[in-house]
Design a binder for this molecule. Structure first.
Ligand SMILES: Cc1cc2nc3c(=O)[nH]c(=O)nc-3n(C[C@H](O)[C@H](O)[C@H](O)COP(=O)(O)OP(=O)(O)OC[C@H]3O[C@@H](n4cnc5c(N)ncnc54)[C@H](O)[C@@H]3O)c2cc1C
Length: 490
């Protein structure tokens, strides 16, 4: 789909003005080059090209481009690395896309204070790599951390395997420089915690690019633990593995990570990465403990006992850094490996109370069977965060519609189980019509009022988070129809 249909003279004016701000090399306007930006990592529906892409290199340039858009009344949206999975970095209907990838410098590493300030386009994994030599690391580690940007993490309040113990992005961000939708530059938070007054930084984190564009971020760094122990627990069924997850937490042990991979994912990973996961397992749990050596040795005993109580048939401990890295490579490349078992997949993201994992996973299996689709599961089990990958083939008539309908049912079951329609990937465009299942019209109207305080003109990443036709009167809408609409709009 093309952009918003800007009048040619408006588009030409924007291109010329943006070129003056960022230089000609920082503006993309040729249709074949714009196609790169027509979707994020949610690739199979809602593809819309921006009218132009701008790649600024400073906060001032971002502010100038935003001011230009505001004056022209043209919508704009920020984009980091484009690894988002809810269509948040895909234009709703064209406009100017402001891509932060050229803002990728470290601005300050303050070792004594254990803080770092980076530009928003800085890649997540680069930060841990940069501070390793100081004995420090940056805890939030989305499975996409080799590619995603810190700015994108802030916007999505990203989680990751190691967030079970350390908390998600919001727990690690202390300050952000933000270009507001009117082009003003503001500092939210700073280098100290617990500032008085309203927590505007807390409001901004997780706002999915709808309240402004963050250009610089100050984050907390943590000291590397004295020791790390990585275990692979093998189970006959996914239900046994889920019960072990609850059992470990109930025992008072908080591993740094507890990741589940089911039989289908194991098959895909072994065909691709050869991480050494057993092909005859129903599910494996990748469990990591970190902290003082004596403490994790004691915890490992508890983890093993709990896993055995819940039917674990084999428990391996990584003996070397290489073995540990290989076990993690399997997990981190799981989504990329799914191409070994399917042509296309629809990755769902939701969260349920941890104790409901066995029930929801049983229901997901039943839903897959009913729709005739394989649903593979790889997820941050310790958080109750599920990621069913619904496998389908775009060339098989009706397959995509079945995948979307199966996804809708899974969302509905998660809410019935007391969960939420997003664990970490955000609402974006994909799930905006699910929000009324969780919030009343009054709740949604209150959230929209907050948004309007930041963006009264409604130009900053419009069409995201909130239902397409706005809250009033839509508290009881049917789950299936919005998703089906999205498909027919493709
Ligand atoms: C294989 C794979 C694994 C993943 N694993 C995880 C995981 O474990 N945990 C997790 O939480 N997510 C995961 N994700 C989703 C995704 O990587 C995260 O949401 C990530 O935070 C997005 O960062 P990005 O730079 O790619 O942002 P983009 O996709 O470019 O943008 C995402 C949203 O943030 C907004 N945005 C981007 N930059 C800025 C900025 N500077 N200021 C304001 N708004 C901005 C955009 O408008 C958009 O709404 C995974 C994705 C993939 C493909």
């Amino acid at each position: 789909m093309n952009g918003s249909g800007l009048a040619p003279e408006t588009r030409t004016h924007l291109i010329r003005s943006c070129e003056r701000i960022v230089g000609p090399e920082g503006v993309i306007s040729a249709p074949d080059e714009l196609r790169v930006y027509e979707c994020d990592a949610l690739t199979f529906y809602h593809r819309v090209m921006p009218d132009l892409v701008v790649l600024p290199t400073s906060t001032q340039q971002v502010a100038d481009v935003v001011r230009l858009c505001r004056e022209a009344g043209v919508p704009f949206l920020p984009r980091g690395a484009g690894t988002g999975l809810s269509g948040g970095a895909t234009p709703d209907a064209g406009g100017v896309m402001i891509v932060l990838t050229r803002m990728n410098r470290i601005l300050d590493i303050d070792v004594p204070s254990r803080l770092a300030t980076v530009e928003a386009g800085f890649i997540n994994l680069w930060l841990t790599n940069a501070v390793k030599r100081h004995g420090l690391f940056y805890a939030p580690d989305p499975a996409s951390q080799q590619a995603c940007s810190i700015g994108g993490n802030v916007a999505e309040n990203a989680g990751g395997p190691h967030c079970l113990k350390y908390g998600v992005t919001t727990n690690h961000v202390l300050g952000a420089t933000v270009v507001l939708p009117d082009g003003e530059v503001r500092q939210l938070g700073g280098k100290i915690q617990d500032r008085p007054g309203y927590d505007l930084l807390g409001v901004f984190v997780g706002s999915e690019g709808t309240l402004g564009i963050c250009t610089e971020v100050t984050v907390r760094l943590l000291p590397q633990p004295e020791a790390v122990k990585t275990l692979l627990a093998v189970f006959r069924t996914i239900e046994e593995a889920s019960n072990a997850v609850s059992g470990i937490i109930a025992r008072g042990i908080i591993p740094v990570a507890m990741e589940m991979l089911d039989r289908e994912i194991i098959k895909a990973v072994e065909a691709n990465v050869k991480a050494g996961y057993p092909l005859d397992a129903g599910a494996v749990l990748l469990i990591e403990l970190d902290g003082p050596r004596a403490e994790i040795e004691a915890e490992a005993v508890g983890v093993e006992a709990t896993c055995r109580e819940h039917g674990c048939i084999e428990l391996r401990v990584a003996r070397t850094d290489e073995e540990r890295a290989l076990l993690w490579k399997g997990r981190k490349e799981a989504a990329g490996s799914v191409g070994r078992i399917t042509h296309h997949y629809y990755l769902q993201d939701a969260v349920v109370p941890r104790s409901k994992l066995p029930k929801i996973l049983r229901e997901i299996g039943e839903i897959g069977g009913r729709y005739g689709l394989i649903i593979a599961n790889v997820f941050h089990a310790g958080d109750g965060n599920i990621h069913p990958l619904i496998c389908f083939d775009l060339t098989t008539p009706g397959d995509l519609d079945r995948a979307i309908a199966a996804g809708s049912e899974i969302m509905k079951r998660c809410i019935e189980a007391g969960g939420s329609v997003s664990g970490e990937h955000g609402i974006g465009h994909e799930k905006r019509d699910y929000l009324p299942l969780m919030y009343s019209p009054a709740d949604l109207a209150a959230m929209l009022r907050v948004r309007a305080v930041f963006d009264p003109a409604g130009l900053c990443n419009p069409g995201k988070i909130f239902p397409a036709d706005r809250p009033e009167g839509h508290g009881d809408r049917n789950l299936q129809s919005p998703a089906m609409t999205a498909v027919s709009d493709r």
